[in-house]
Structure formats: structure tokens, C-alpha cells
Design a protein around this ligand. Structure first.
Ligand SMILES: NC(=O)c1ccc[n+]([C@@H]2O[C@H](COP(=O)([O-])OP(=O)(O)OC[C@H]3O[C@@H](n4cnc5c(N)ncnc54)[C@H](OP(=O)(O)O)[C@@H]3O)[C@@H](O)[C@H]2O)c1
Length: 356
């Protein structure tokens, strides 16, 4: 964020937040936000009054209506695995004290270099510190919100939805008629992946806990397996495996693929405090050139352009936002606890009404 952007086209009247007086006598709008001074469990989160951020030249300021909760915010909250800290989020304490990535809301200010958005536009995408009444976001990470998609629904698309889309199509090169195995089918990414694969004409086998089997069938899965009692290697071979949960060994995953099948490793928890178990991904990619199967991993591209296909399917009503629960801003900690404990079917969303 660039606090020196004097020419930012701010609609001051639309920032309906309390004003505070700085030591130099000028005033600055304030907002409520979820803030953390240190890494840790959800009890490090506090609802505080802080200054409204100023967008840099290539950013916009969004009055946040809804913000999605995903595994990424848990990683940023805890600072785990430590590799997250080395990736630029702050070694000893969080570099960005406000939490939250996904957002949907209305533009209230635009940086001088931004041409695609104007004050009043309804947008969704990825921002910085979106568990707040206002957040900045790079214009390249935002898209206009489709008319009939609510802010709550839109706030699930940019992280989980886009990751599922890229895993299946950009990396997995999924084609209609193929057999796909989706490990982690009931979670944030998996709920989108199952729907997208079904809408694209693939035969979908989803793996989740038994309690969520019915939910996964409702998303469009043809077969649902329980990861505690079923063995996916007993099934007919798969053309594509999208590996989102469970951290199975690469050799096990390969044994469930066809001779020329593709493995896309998206992620998986409990891989250790230092690297998060990313060695599994690295080993898969290194082995890939020497085997007939294609073994891949990827980090999702956050640019709005990468969401085009998902955006279209949501606009057509063929994909629905998998929202389990909504929480007010002051209950972000509960939402993250529910996510970490596996209590959600799909996603939690924070709904935020800025003070007027
Ligand atoms: N590569 C990227 O750019 C990228 C982007 C986004 C997310 N990710 C990563 O992807 C992972 C999933 O994210 P998410 O937001 O979808 O998380 P989530 O909502 O917590 O979902 C996790 C899923 O994994 C399932 N699961 C748990 N244990 C399993 C097992 N042994 N076998 C199969 N499935 C199992 C869960 O099933 P139950 O709930 O039924 O137990 C749930 O469906 C995380 O590690 C996240 O960091 C990576």
C-alpha cells in the first residue's frame, strides 16, 4: 500500500467510517478490522479500529461486503508452515496485520493507474486484509461482480473457485468423458472442483469423510468414497487425480492413475511445521519426466483473467458458491476454527456491514 498517493480518486463521502485526527491535525478515516500482532491460533485475532488503507497507484479501495475464509488465511494467521513466513509474509510477526484474502464489495477509491474500475463498481477478487470494512486490492486481481451473484457468493470464487478451475483445466487439461478422482471433495477447493468437473462432462469420484458423502453427491459426484474406510486404488484407473486433501504418497496416487494419467497436487494439510510437506510435490515433479504419467503441482494464479471460465459458469448458474455458513466480522475466529476442525461443508464467508 502506498500512503503517499495524493491523487487517488477517493470518494470521501462514500467512506462511511469515523474520522480520527492525526498529530499533524489532518483527519483520517477509520474502520473496524480483524488484526493480529503475532502468529498463533485464532485467539491472536482482535477486532480493532484502525486506519482505512490508502490504495497504491495500481490498486483500488473496496468497501467490503463479504470475505471468504480459506486455508490460506489459516496459514497466514498461524505463520505455519514456516515457509509461509519466508515467502514474504513476515518472519517474526505478520507483515500485514489485517487478515483475509477473498473479498466482494464496492469500489470507493481508485489509484491513478487504474482504468478498469470506477467508484461505485461492484467487484470481487483478492485483496489485502479483507476481514475489514475496507481493503485495498490490486486491480489485476479484481473482476466486476456478475449481477445475479451475491457478494457472499462472489467472495468464495477468487481463491477456492479459481484454484479448482486451474487444477482441472489449465494444469490437469481435463476433457469430457474422462474419469477424475478428487481427493478432498467436500472442502473449499473440492466443492468447486466436483461441480466444475461434473459440468464439464467428466465422471467424478470424490473422496471425503463419510459424514459429507451426501453433500458431495449433491455437488455432482458420480461416486463418493470415505477416506477412512474406502481405498481409491481399488477403483478403475483414473485419467486425472486432483489431490487436495489427505497427502497420500505419490506412489499410491500413481497406482490409481492410467498409464498416461495426470496427477495435479493442489495441497494438503499436516505436512509438518517447516515446509508443510512440499517435498512431496517436488518429488512428484522431479519424477514426472521419467515416467509415462504426468505428475504436476502448482500455485494458483490470482489474476482475474484466470477466472474467466469459472466466472462464466457462475454467471450462467451452472456452478453455485458452496457456502455452508456466514459469520459477522467479530466472529472471524469462529469461522477459522470451524475450517481448521473440518466442520464445514464447502466454505465459510464473513459478512461485513460498514458502519454508517
Ligand atoms: N496450490 C494452490 O495454489 C492452493 C490454493 C488453495 C488451496 N490450496 C491448499 O489446498 C488444500 C485444501 O484447501 P481447501 O481450502 O479446500 O481446504 P478445506 O476446505 O479444509 O478442505 C480439505 C478437504 O480435505 C479433505 N480431507 C481431509 N483428510 C483427507 C484424507 N485423508 N483424504 C482425502 N481427503 C481428505 C476434507 O474432507 P472432510 O472435510 O470431509 O474431512 C476436505 O474435503 C490446503 O492444503 C490448501 O492450503 C492450495
Amino acid at each position: 500500500m502506498n500512503a503517499t498517493t495524493a491523487t487517488t480518486a477517493t470518494s470521501a463521502a462514500s467512506i462511511a467510517a469515523a474520522a480520527s485526527t492525526r498529530t499533524d491535525g489532518t483527519s483520517r478515516e477509520q474502520m473496524r478490522a480483524i488484526v493480529q500482532d503475532r502468529y498463533g491460533d485464532a485467539d491472536v485475532l482482535e477486532l480493532r479500529t484502525v486506519e482505512v488503507p490508502t490504495p497504491a497507484d495500481d490498486e483500488v479501495l473496496v468497501r467490503v461486503a463479504a470475505a471468504g475464509v480459506d486455508r490460506g488465511v489459516w496459514h497466514l494467521m498461524t505463520g505455519l508452515p514456516y515457509a509461509v513466513r519466508l515467502a514474504g509474509y513476515g518472519i517474526r510477526r505478520p507483515k500485514y496485520p489485517t487478515l483475509g484474502l477473498d473479498l466482494a464489495g464496492a469500489v470507493v477509491a481508485v489509484g491513478t493507474d487504474v482504468t478498469d474500475f470506477a467508484v461505485g463498481d461492484e467487484v470481487y477478487g483478492i485483496g489485502i486484509g479483507t476481514f475489514a470494512e475496507y481493503a485495498t486490492a490490486k486491480a489485476t486481481k479484481l473482476a466486476h461482480r456478475p449481477d445475479h451473484v451475491t457478494p457472499e457468493q462472489a467472495a468464495t470464487l477468487a481463491v477456492s473457485g479459481a484454484t479448482a478451475e486451474q487444477a482441472l483445466f489449465d494444469i490437469g487439461r481435463a476433457e469430457a468423458g474422462q474419469r477424475v478422482l478428487i481427493l478432498g471433495a467436500s472442502g473449499g477447493v473440492g466443492s468447486f472442483a466436483v461441480q466444475l468437473a461434473h459440468a464439464h462432462g467428466l465422471h467424478v469420484t470424490g473422496v471425503a469423510s463419510a459424514a459429507k458423502a451426501e453433500y458431495v453427491v449433491g455437488l455432482g459426484a458420480d461416486v463418493v468414497l470415505d477416506y477412512r474406510s474406502d481405498d481409491f486404488t481399488d477403483e478403475d484407473p483414473f485419467d486425472l487425480i486432483v489431490d487436495i486433501g489427505g497427502r497420500n504418497r505419490v506412489s499410491t496416487l500413481r497406482s490409481a492413475l492410467t498409464e498416461t494419467g495426470t496427477l495435479v497436487i493442489v495441497g494438503g494439510e499436516d505436512g509438518g511445521r517447516v515446509t508443510g510437506g512440499v517435498g512431496r510435490q517436488v518429488r512428484a515433479v522431479m519424477r514426472s519426466p521419467f515416467v509415462s504419467q504426468r505428475l504436476t503441482m502448482f500455485i494458483a494464479d490470482e489474476s482475474a483473467a484466470k477466472r474467466a471460465r469459472l466466472h462464466e459458469l457462475v454467471e450462467q448458474g451452472r456452478i453455485v458458491a458452496p457456502i455452508d455458513r456466514t459469520f459477522p466480522l467479530e466472529r472471524v475466529a469462529s469461522a477459522i476454527d470451524d475450517l481448521a476442525a473440518g466442520r464445514l461443508r464447502g466454505k465459510a464467508v464473513i459478512t461485513i456491514g460498514a458502519a454508517s
